[in-house]
Design a protein around this ligand. Structure first.
Ligand code: NDP
Ligand code: 8X3
Length: 250
């Protein structure tokens, strides 16, 4: 029987590559994001019987409800929720940051993710489905300018582990997926469209790609149903850890 994945943030990066990989592997995909034309491209590429586009701003809970109510019969039974839509905004230290940017990250990465999960739980429990929450290495390793972004991802990781506890005995699997540097539109969004800054960050680093991420997400989804990956952390080989910073007075 065909399985169905609801993948948020499927217009770009991890989400788009995952929609492609999952459909290629025989899944149906509900693909969400604000950019409707990009979702339509996925439908054109992968087929209307395999991809259902749901264009809405994930922070708009009314639009989320409407999109869930409008799912066609063939896409109604969701087996896997991939909570991927998210963003970082800014790299300034907290004392110089923009409060609006903080609110946008909290509304998208935390509030919307929690709301969609809440709304999907009854059907995921009924189907013994799965949830993969896209967290980040930023959840565990603080870095200058990571402030609220890292904190939103720490929420995602801890929420995932809490869900594991609450869903004990239901058969529902939950994974906190915590990647490091991956070249997508992430840095372009973070820097408000600074292509040069994005290129500079990834240049020579051999970062992971959206498709690398998609392949591992598919691997997790296809594991035998008695196995649960609680947390998984990935980095490109060229990324690792640095020493603590130490401020020295004169
Ligand atoms: P992209 O910017 O390439 O993709 C982000 C996706 O999120 C887009 O499809 C975008 O869709 C969607 N999205 C953002 N805001 C909203 C919104 N308000 N409503 C609906 N959809 C929204 O970045 P990535 O693929 O890299 O990021 C995917 C996830 O991975 C994010 O949660 C990110 O934090 C996380 N991550 C990324 C890492 C990296 O190095 N790239 C590393 C670790 C984690 P649209 O704009 O069309 O609405
Ligand atoms: C994205 C990875 O290191 O840029 O979550 O915060 S990082």
């Amino acid at each position: 029987m065909l399985k169905t994945a609801l993948i948020t943030g499927a217009t770009s990066g991890f989400g788009k590559a995952s929609a492609q990989r999952f459909v290629e592997a025989g899944w149906r995909v509900i693909a969400t994001g604000r950019r409707a034309e990009r979702l339509q491209k996925l439908v054109d590429e992968l087929g209307a019987d395999k991809v259902h586009p749901a264009a809405f701003d994930i922070r708009d809970l009314g639009a989320m409800d409407a999109a869930l109510s409008a799912l066609p019969d063939a896409f109604k039974n969701v087996d896997l929720l991939i909570n991927n839509a998210g963003l970082a905004l800014g790299t300034a230290p907290a004392q110089q940051a923009d409060l609006e940017q903080w609110n946008t990250m909290i509304d998208t990465n935390v509030r919307a993710l929690a709301a969609l999960t809440y709304k999907m739980l009854p059907s995921l429990i009924e189907r013994k489905g799965g949830i993969i929450n896209i967290s980040s290495v930023a959840a565990s390793y603080p870095y200058p300018g990571g402030n609220v972004y890292g904190a939103t991802k720490a929420f995602v990781t801890q929420f995932s582990l809490g869900l594991r506890s609450d869903l004990h005995g239901t058969g529902v699997r939950v994974t906190s997926y915590e990647p490091g540097m991956t070249e997508t539109e992430f840095t372009l969004v973070r820097t408000k469209g600074d292509q040069e800054a994005s290129d500079k960050l990834y240049q020579g680093a051999n970062p992971m790609s959206g498709d690398d991420i998609a392949q591992t997400l598919l691997w997790i989804a296809n594991l035998p149903p008695h196995m649960n990956i609680n947390r998984i952390e990935l980095m490109p080989v060229n990324q690792s850890f640095s020493p603590f910073q130490v401020y020295r007075s004169e």
